[in-house]
Design a protein around this ligand. Structure first.
Ligand SMILES: NC(=O)c1ccc[n+]([C@@H]2O[C@H](COP(=O)([O-])OP(=O)(O)OC[C@H]3O[C@@H](n4cnc5c(N)ncnc54)[C@H](OP(=O)(O)O)[C@@H]3O)[C@@H](O)[C@H]2O)c1
Length: 244
């Protein structure tokens, strides 16, 4: 498929997991992709597999100067932006009673404030026909023990898409949420633990964990004109977890 030929994409958190798989899929469909993340080593390793149609910019979504540098690079090299996958995210467990101000600040700083300014600063480069994709989560729709802070950030992300679809009226730019269920990535395996995570996958109607490439396929759909009449919406790639 060549649905993204000639398009320029930015993928935050593109050095690993769902972001990396999405960057690969965008390139496979013809796009040029900028990946953004804090760990230079992860970015370097990702570029090895992504090849010549990818560039990396090192930085944090929590640092507004880093975001300015990312978009200045995109503007200088490509002139504009067609696809923005705001995917960088973090999370950790703490039950009510054990939540610390530091955990709250760190999680909201990346997942909410970082995502907001990733989109707001990227918007200046986006043209009519552009697609903004926000990585949400099934947890934004569900109650999950010990995971309220992370889940609340993802509920915030869901409303950003609804409200920003209104703000973007008349621009031709669309914004949607892509919400994975339990998906085999470093973040999830580290946060949940391998055995418990496999068990979580087994509770879904499809009876298994998802793979990053399966989420990436939906990201490519949202990035492409195949989803041209979708905005303010949400797609779940969750094995049915939040649907039943
Ligand atoms: N895997 C799942 O089961 C699952 C389910 C639902 C939703 N999600 C969401 O999917 C997204 C991707 O996560 P993943 O599962 O693919 O895990 P992952 O491989 O750990 O990806 C997270 C990415 O975010 C980047 N990141 C974290 N903090 C950042 C910051 N401050 N600035 C820039 N980049 C930052 C990380 O790179 P650096 O560490 O190098 O910065 C990493 O590449 C997240 O938003 C997550 O909440 C995942």
């Amino acid at each position: 498929m060549d649905r993204l030929t000639g398009k320029t994409a930015v993928v935050t958190g593109g050095g690993s997991g769902i972001g990396l798989a999405s960057a690969q899929r965008f390139i496979d469909e013809g796009a040029f992709v900028y990946i953004f993340g804090r760990r230079q080593a992860a970015l370097d390793a990702a570029l090895e597999t992504l090849g010549d149609n990818a560039r990396a910019v090192q930085g944090s979504v929590s640092d507004l100067a880093d975001l300015d540098r990312l978009y200045a690079t995109v503007k200088a090299e490509r002139g504009g932006l067609d696809i923005l996958l705001a995917n960088a995210g973090t999370g950790s467990f703490a039950a009510l009673g054990e939540i610390t101000p530091e955990q709250y600040d760190q999680t909201f700083d990346v997942n909410v404030k970082g995502l907001l300014f990733t989109v707001q600063k990227g918007l200046a480069l986006m043209k009519a026909g552009g697609s903004i994709i926000l990585t949400g989560s099934t947890t934004g729709e569900m109650g999950t023990p010990q995971f309220s802070v992370y889940s609340a950030t993802k509920a915030a992300v869901r409303n950003f898409a609804r409200s920003w679809a209104q703000d973007l009226r008349g621009t031709g730019i669309r914004v949607n949420v892509l919400s994975p269920g339990p998906t085999r990535t470093d973040l999830a395996l580290h946060v949940v633990g391998e055995e418990a995570f496999e068990a979580m996958g087994a509770t879904t109607p499809l009876g298994r964990l998802g793979e990053p490439a399966e989420t990436a396929a939906a990201a490519a759909f949202l990035a492409s004109d195949d989803s041209s009449y979708m905005t303010g919406g949400e797609i779940f790639v969750d094995g049915g977890m939040a649907q039943v």
